[in-house]
Design a protein around this ligand. Structure first.
Ligand code: BES
Ligand code: MN
Ligand code: ZN
Length: 517
């Protein structure tokens, strides 16, 4: 399984929290966070205190994520390099996340190993953002970990002209010092531990999304889940083709027919110590590459379909995060995985398949494959675990991008309260979702003349007809939600170090599950 590379080990970032002031810390970069309010009030004094020229404030406005790097002679002082980083009005935690991401991105660019952030304002920031210092510290650390992420494991460096110049310089932030925490040091410490876990698990998900089809197969995804299980100490079971066949997972097998690689079905099971408050099943679409199959996709942008397992990556990241945070909820992660290829034995448009639920499906389009593998996983979740809540995540429809764009996910639920909770978690985490309807009018569109249902709808509302399709396989479960992450899971090329897999959904679901803890 040489090409089934798993994921990277947990972040090597060391976090130091101190009550003592930041100024004397010997760092490669000393970060001074300044919001628009703070800037007006005491920006000048803050700069003076560091022997810096106030002139910088003519240019620096303090908008969220804005950066200015200033230098001073460090003789007898702490750091020679100072970063002013803006957090805007500081009214939402997103402002701080943006600031943290920006500063970390810069710190990695500048090869800074030790980064110190002046957190002396954290009490005031928290009050203004209506959050606790603990929560805000979590957001900041998570933002730093997220911003410091690079996907460079497939670069040999052989053609890198700057290699000599940068040889021996640090490639990652080794130590993050949260200084000046004063009385808040205890809560900052707690928050930063959680932030490190969540940021690292988001990056695990991003790694998996960024790995191309020839480096991550269905078996590779299963290996990644196993590795997560080792790190998070939860149980992982992988079904191979034989077991998948015994279980009658006809949807997963149908999609896999055109492939040279076997399918996998992975079950992750995190059980908290003591009686769980809830059992939640999370299902993630794991299509490691979606060519469309016989209904083949156009060439332009097809490479991005290596990201069609982002739902699976998210589920793996969430289960690890929940386990490491030791939340009192049992979480079952289910990942049906295969690629969708047009090989000679591939399924054909017009075929009728039988899913695990016994529901028969007419294949209107082999490119509507995600719903077929999710169907079996939903059936398995309900039958095997009868969970309190079932949530599936999938890069399911291009139509969702048409409806909601690249930043926001589509959300469906048959449960008002669950929909509310997911919406709120989206607002809190910055991973926003917008609810779309599951009205029966849309079921008309996926009727089939020859089978129980068709996997494609007639014209219009492609995101909703996909959700209506899935609803058939929930088998009357009263607390189900489907999240279509086709837009926000992947940022197209050109977004610099922010391009590629985003890890969307990890923060959202961790926030959701925390709200139930
Ligand atoms: N994986 C795609 C959806 C997708 C498209 C995700 C663009 C991310 C970016 C999915 O399998 C697909 O191909 N859906 C089809 C469904 C159609 C054939 C009914 C689509 O959206 O066009
Ligand atoms: Mn497809
Ligand atoms: Zn797909």
């Amino acid at each position: 399984m040489n090409k089934n590379t798993g994921n990277t080990p947990a972040s090597g970032l060391n976090i130091v929290v101190t009550a003592k002031p930041a100024a004397p810390v010997k760092a490669d970069l000393l970060v001074l966070p300044l919001g628009t309010r703070e800037l007006k009030k005491d920006g000048g004094a803050a700069l003076k205190g560091l022997d810096l020229d106030e002139g910088a404030l003519n240019d620096f406005k303090g908008t969220a994520g804005e950066l200015a790097i200033l230098y001073r002679s460090a003789v007898g002082k702490g750091a020679a390099r100072i970063a002013l980083v803006g957090f805007g009005e500081g009214r939402s935690s997103d402002d701080f996340r943006k600031a943290a991401e920006a500063l970390a991105r810069k710190a990695v660019d500048l090869h800074c190993s030790v980064v110190a952030i002046d957190c002396s304002g954290i009490g005031a920031w928290a009050k203004h953002a209506k959050r606790t210092p603990e929560y805000l510290a979590g957001v900041i650390v998570e933002g730093v970990v997220y911003g410091a992420y690079r996907f460079d494991r497939l670069k040999s460096g052989k053609l890198d002209k700057e290699k000599k110049r940068d040889a021996g310089k640090p490639k990652a932030i080794g130590e993050l010092v949260l200084a000046g925490c004063g009385d808040h040091a205890g809560s900052v410490e707690k928050g930063s531990n959680a932030g490190l876990v969540i940021g690292t698990c988001q990056n695990t998900a991003r790694d998996l999304v960024n790995l191309p089809g020839n480096h991550l197969s269905a078996e590779g995804l299963a290996v990644a889940a196993r590795e997560a299980g080792k790190r998070g100490c939860f149980e992982v079971t992988v079904f191979d083709r034989k077991r998948i066949t015994e279980l009658g997972m006809g949807g997963l097998l149908a999609v896999n027919k055109g492939s040279e690689e076997p399918p996998t079905f992975t079950v992750m099971d995190y059980q908290p110590k003591g009686k769980p408050k809830k059992t939640v099943a999370l299902v993630g679409k794991g299509v490691t590459f979606d060519s469309g199959g016989i209904s083949i996709k156009p060439a332009a942008g097809m490479d991005e379909m290596k990201s069609d397992m982002a739902g699976a990556a998210c589920v793996i990241g969430v289960v690890e995060a929940i386990a490491k945070l030791a939340l009192p909820i049992r979480v079952i992660g289910l990942v049906p995985a295969t690629d969708n290829m047009p090989g000679g034995s591939a399924q054909k448009p017009g075929d009728v398949i039988t899913t695990m639920s016994s529901i028969t499906v007419e294949i209107g389009n082999t490119d509507a494959e995600g719903r077929l593998i999710l169907a079996d996983a939903l059936t398995y979740a309900k039958r095997e675990y009868d969970p309190d809540v079932v949530i599936d995540l999938a890069t399911l429809t291009g139509a969702c991008i048409v409806a909601l764009g690249m930043k926001v996910a589509g959300m469906f639920s048959n449960d008002e309260e669950l929909a509310e909770d997911i919406y709120s978690a989206g607002q809190a985490s910055g991973e926003k979702v917008w609810r779309l309807p599951l009205w029966d009018e849309y079921a008309e569109q996926i009727k089939s003349d020859v089978a129980d249902v068709s996997n494609t709808g007639s014209k219009g509302a492609g995101t909703i007809t996909a959700a209506k399709f899935l609803e058939n396989f929930v088998e009357g479960h009263k607390h189900w939600a489907h999240i279509d992450i086709a837009g926000p899971a992947y940022a197209a090329k050109g977004a610099g170090s922010g391009s590629g897999g985003t890890g969307f959904g990890v923060r959202l679901l961790v926030d959701l599950l925390k709200s139930w803890s």
